[in-house]
Design a protein around this ligand. Structure first.
Ligand SMILES: Nc1ncnc2c1ncn2[C@@H]1O[C@H](COP(=O)(O)OP(=O)(O)OP(=O)(O)O)[C@@H](O)[C@H]1O
Ligand SMILES: [Mg+2]
Length: 334
């Protein structure tokens, strides 16, 4: 019946009358009501599960993640480059033993790459076949051509697909790189875990995903989007936390080298450089010096490998020489 919600409890419905030219289809939309509690443990359990996957989360981050899971709210992570925003999404997906669906944002990202697209080539082919077989029923053909079989599901639709039996982790990475209009498109998805496809109706998740958005703050993300999310700033880690990360991520490195390089990186972060090194640079530096068979950093090897940690020539020039010697001496006394 037109204008009426689909069966209650099927997890989805068409909100309003589709225009005459559209075809409503229940097959893509049909699903069981959700009953999967994806995480029932405590905050400490969550931290331990992440740690078992090599991700060290301090209490503030673990509480935010726990609440995102419990309240079913998206988690918006902001922080400098290389502080573990993207890695958190992978780690939590592994910890929850579920799929990680990743949408990498970029300028010009549009719905056809983010949400869904009709497979026009296959639709045309199918149309030819229908024409060749004669006796085309126009409305049946329309229904057929705009059915799930011809829909290419991109990450956002994959994440709310009612066919999912377990909530996925949806990572919307580097949202600040996408255009502002794209943020507007996300509002319905993040508030209701649903998406309207004009030709099909409204698709609503029965197992809503855990959504993690990240931003490097290259521009401000709109308040309307942030309001729908829990917010967490991820700062550079403390010395002890970073040492724990290095121990987990670079277990083959000598403990002394790990400690010294972590200390050098902390000194560099305090040095007001154009681009401070992130955790990835610490890990890369430890790996580089380990590959050079160093158990402890010396001025010569640090100087030769500065480009592993610093990615701006101004910074390398500013640090090289006496300043680096001073940094190494202070790091050694840690
Ligand atoms: N808390 C952490 N526990 C374990 N590994 C970490 C942690 N923080 C960062 N890392 C490691 O540091 C590296 C960089 O992390 P990641 O790519 O997630 O940073 P990011 O914040 O997404 O950076 P960018 O903004 O450049 O994308 C990864 O190898 C990641 O595993
Ligand atoms: Mg990232």
């Amino acid at each position: 019946m037109r204008g009426q919600a689909f069966e209650k409890g099927r997890g989805c419905h068409v909100e309003s009358d589709p225009p005459e030219s559209y075809t409503r289809r229940e097959d893509i939309l049909s699903a069981r009501p959700g009953d999967t509690a994806i995480f029932e443990g405590s905050i400490t359990d969550l931290q331990q599960r992440l740690a078992a996957r090599g991700y060290i989360a301090d209490t503030g981050l673990a509480v935010s993640l726990f609440l995102a899971l419990r309240l079913g709210r998206p988690l918006f992570l902001e922080g400098q480059a290389g502080v573990g925003k993207t890695a958190l999404a992978s780690a939590i997906a592994e910890a929850l033993e579920t799929d990680l669906i990743r949408l990498q944002c970029y300028e010009g990202l549009d719905i056809t790459h983010a949400a869904y697209e009709w497979d026009y080539a296959r639709q045309m082919l199918e149309l030819r076949i229908l024409e060749a077989s004669g006796a085309i029923d126009r409305s049946a053909a329309r229904r057929e051509l705009y059915s799930e079989a011809f829909l290419i599901k991109r990450p956002l639709l994959q994440a709310i697909d009612p066919a999912r039996t377990r909530p996925a982790v949806l990572l919307i990475d580097e949202i600040d790189r996408a255009d502002e209009e794209f943020e507007g498109y996300l509002l319905e998805l993040l508030a209701e875990f649903q998406m309207t496809i004009p030709e099909l109706g409204t698709v609503r998740a029965t197992e809503p995903p855990l959504v993690i958005l990240t931003s490097n703050r290259t521009r401000d993300v709109h308040d309307a989007l942030k309001r729908r999310c829990l917010y967490q700033w991820i700062d550079y880690p403390s010395f002890d936390k970073e040492l724990a990360i290095v121990a987990r991520r670079a277990p083959r490195a000598s403990a002394h080298l790990a400690r010294q390089i972590t200390a050098v990186v902390h000194e560099l972060r305090a040095a007001e450089l154009y681009k401070a090194p992130g955790v990835s640079e610490t890990l890369d530096w430890v790996a580089a010096l380990t590959a050079l068979d160093r158990d402890a950093p010396d001025l010569e090897s640090l100087d030769a490998t500065l480009g592993v940690a610093l990615k701006a020539s101004e910074d390398i020039e500013a640090v090289r020489g006496e300043r680096l010697a001073g940094i190494l001496a202070r790091a050694a006394s840690r």
